[in-house]
Design a protein around this ligand. Structure first.
Ligand code: ZN
Length: 755
């Protein structure tokens, strides 16, 4: 099977004038409303409550509204020069390529380790091949002539012997007191990121670049400490001045001294960001400093006008949806502010083949996941001289498709009604309830279950649990969100009181924001249980009994699809809890029994009254608490019964008809968006596991997919079309709900509805 070209023919679909994809509607394109589509259920009026309000059109950034140039670029390119590029690479080749891509912004190498322009700053190393040329200036002017935004790339993390000779204190120092050699190039030294090298020398470099070229911003790669913690004289003095203590040598994240160091490093990086940003703005008020990787996501949410997610490709067994997850994480702090999704065209493995070319299927899948989840594509290529050109037409097709459909890809407002909490602090301070329990595995399992269930969902960050951000969602999911502060618990409690629903698992809220275990869950009142003081596991050969209501003999809807199953497997760990109120009991514990010798494999206890799921129906809000590690075990084992139970739990807790439902074969990531004049439903075909080993070889189309899409209230569909195949699908509408059949998806299809 050969790969189909993405959006075959779509590059030729550009409108003659203005932006493609808008206008040009004719009578014959108007939606054909099929009479008698009686199978459609009309939506009743939404139940009352804040969680049912029409979502606000994206939340405003805390620091800065959507202004400036940042929201304009839709397609980014990055060319990172290598030192011997000047005089060898052809700038015009790249400018022509950028034009064919319809790229509207570029990130270009300027300075730091190597200067690619005639710098006047002593010790700022000009490329040995520079001569009298100015490759940065040439590319900068060429891009500007094509109407592109340009940001300059610097990389401050390494220096040469002359810098060390002149300023030995600029070099990072190991915990053994040795100056730090660069791990990959032994001719270089690692610079201290938190001392005068960055605060003074690189600040001068940034001022010079912003002054010589009116760039839109400066983007620094590897601007945070590299190669391990630094114990230089400046770091020692600055840490002591800030904390009164010596630099700790421990790397144990739970050690208070280490935590103090991490907080100090974060504060110092934030200070450096502000320092460079002020310098750049003093030259050009519209320009910004843009770090490659913020000190943490909360800081990005508080400070950034634009961010770029450096998540270049799948590697190893990384799931195909991983770039979509990164996009959701960035959106959880950035909201509507733009996020560039940096992708490479090579293999991203530990051996760092930076000049390699990846399979077309990998590149397309990675970019599609980013685009479907709210990123704007940013292709990055190292070396102006190409050794392998196979990627060029692949990226060109992706970008031309993106350009042709740009008005539909602005993703101005997510229409998701489900949100998964992104708890950065739990990942940082909580090392699990027992050895082998990793919080991230809970999140990964829940994420995968939501993708498999085809639930459009966002992530919300723990630092921004405000009504404007939370109340657009009907359901908030806490996948082992173990470390929550009292204030965060209160914000979640308020959300439930306003009508929001909750699905929580395992050790959620059992720890505070510093990772200290509480005596009881911070959310005990909502969950309806209290902590009984222990965690069981790993459990061998334990099960869950699926029980009917003793009075009615009926099974709870949470058990839908399990009709012929009396029991299913348990997870591996369970938190012992005591219910503090009466609960229905559809799922009860069958304790571990011997799994060997085979003669002994029979349950010693056939049935218990120990509830393993706690369901509260508060009217507008519903709360589900699952005290065992259903999400973590799902990530490890991928048992379909656990996936189905999670799907049912989401549906029951949300307690509303989904805005978007898509049925059909395969694994599909579904996202839904609103633009000014359109609604879009993205379908990314993830059904391509290469026999579960990971790498993607070919595109295997799937179909047909049947979508049921609730139109935003007060709107009607003027036209429905499929962006990739370029066709108009069969559509029926009843009561504001469209039913659309998508015949086939190769990698990425978008159902675009003109409103
Ligand atoms: Zn240092």
């Amino acid at each position: 099977m050969t790969s189909d070209k993405p959006g075959a023919g779509s590059g030729e679909r550009e409108a003659g004038s203005g932006k493609p994809g808008e206008g040009n509607l004719s009578r014959r394109d108007f939606l054909q409303v099929t009479a008698g589509a009686g199978a459609l259920v009309s939506l009743g009026p939404a139940a009352a409550g804040p969680a049912d309000q029409t979502p606000s059109p994206g939340f405003a950034a805390p620091g800065e509204p959507l202004s400036g140039w940042f929201d304009r670029p839709m397609r980014w390119v990055q060319l990172t020069l290598v030192e011997n590029d000047p005089g060898r690479f052809d700038p015009q080749f790249w400018l022509d390529y950028f034009r064919r891509l319809h790229a509207d912004a570029a990130c270009l190498s300027a300075g730091g380790i190597v200067a690619y322009y005639p710098t006047d700053i002593p010790l700022h190393h000009r490329s040995a091949w520079l001569g009298t040329s100015d490759p940065f200036g040439t590319l900068f002017s060429g891009c500007r002539a094509q109407g592109m935004h340009v940001i300059a790339r610097t990389d401050p993390h390494a220096v040469r012997d002359d810098v060390r000779a002149a300023h030995p204190d600029w070099i990072a120092v190991t915990r053994n007191g040795e100056p730090m050699r660069h791990w990959a190039n032994h001719d270089l030294w690692v610079s201290c990121a938190l001392g005068p090298y960055n605060f003074e020398f690189m600040n001068d470099v940034h001022r010079e670049i912003a002054s010589k070229y009116r760039v839109d911003g400066i983007f620094s790669n590897r601007w945070a400490p590299q190669g391990g913690d630094c114990f230089c004289v400046h770091c020692q003095e600055n840490f002591k001045a800030a904390t009164g203590q010596e630099l700790p040598k421990t790397t144990d994240a739970r050690d208070p001294a280490r935590r103090k160091f991490i907080d100090w490093r974060k504060a110092r990086l934030t200070e450096l960001w502000k320092h460079w940003d002020a310098t750049i703005r003093s030259v050009n008020p519209d320009a910004r400093f843009i770090p490659n990787g913020p000190p943490d996501m909360k800081t990005a949410g508080e400070m950034a006008s634009i961010q770029f997610a450096d998540n270049q490709a799948r590697h190893g067994a990384t799931p195909a949806w991983a770039n979509g997850r990164r996009a959701k994480e960035y959106r959880s702090v950035m909201g509507r502010r733009p996020i560039g999704g940096i992708f490479s065209v090579g293999l991203e493995e530990p051996y760092r083949w930076k000049d390699s070319v990846q399979s077309e299927a990998e590149v397309r899948m990675w970019v599609a996941e980013g685009t479907a989840n709210g990123m704007r594509p940013w292709v990055t290529k190292f070396s102006g001289v190409l050794y392998d050109r196979r990627w060029l037409p692949i990226v060109e097709r992706i970008y031309q498709w993106h350009y042709a459909h740009e008005p539909y890809l602005r993703n101005e407002q997510s229409l998701a009604r489900v949100a998964l909490l992104y708890s950065e602090q739990t990942m940082t301070v909580h090392s699990g309830v027992v050895a082998g329990d990793r919080t991230e595995d809970h999140v990964l399992g829940m994420y995968h279950a939501l993708v498999e269930a085809r639930v459009p969902f966002d992530m919300v960050h723990e630092a921004f649990l405000t009504p404007d951000r939370l109340d657009v969602y009907k359901l908030l999911i806490l996948a082992d969100a173990a470390a929550l502060s009292d204030a965060q618990c209160a914000a979640i409690r308020d959300y439930v009181n306003r009508g929001g629903s909750l699905l929580a698992t395992f050790a959620t809220s059992l720890y505070d924001e510093l990772g200290r275990r509480r005596d009881n869950f911070g959310l005990a009142d909502l969950l309806g249980v209290s902590f009984a003081g222990s965690v069981d596991g790993p459990m061998q050969n334990s099960y869950l009994s699926l029980d009917a209501d003793p009075a009615t003999r009926a099974r709870h809807p949470i058990l839908a699809g399990f009709d012929d199953a009396p029991r299913i497997i348990n997870g591996a760990f369970r938190v012992n809890v005591r219910p503090t109120m009466p609960f229905p009991s559809p799922l009860t514990l069958i304790p571990t029994y011997p799994d060997l010798p085979m003669e002994d494999v029979y349950p010693r206890v056939e049935h218990t009254e120990t509830g393993e799921i706690f369901l509260r129906d508060l009217g507008r809000s519903r709360i589900v608490y699952i005290p065992w590690d259903i999400d973590r075990t799902f990530w490890e084992v991928m048992a379909t019964d656990h996936g189905r139970l999670l799907k049912n739990a989401v549906a029951w807790a949300a307690n509303e008809r989904p805005r978007v439902e898509v049925t059909g074969p395969g694994v599909v990531d579904v996202t839904a968006w609103r633009q000014r004049n359109s609604m879009t439903v993205h379908l990314v075909n993830l059904t391509n596991p290469m026999m579960m080993k990971g790498p993607l070889r070919e595109v295997i189309p799937i179909g047909p997919q049947r979508a049921s899409i609730e139109l935003p209230s007060g709107t009607r569909a003027r036209k429905v079309h499929l962006l990739t195949t370029g066709s108009s699908p069969a559509v029926a509408e009843t009561g504001g709900v469209l039913r659309v059949i998508v015949p086939s998806i190769d990698v990425h299809e978008v159902i675009a509805i003109d409103l």
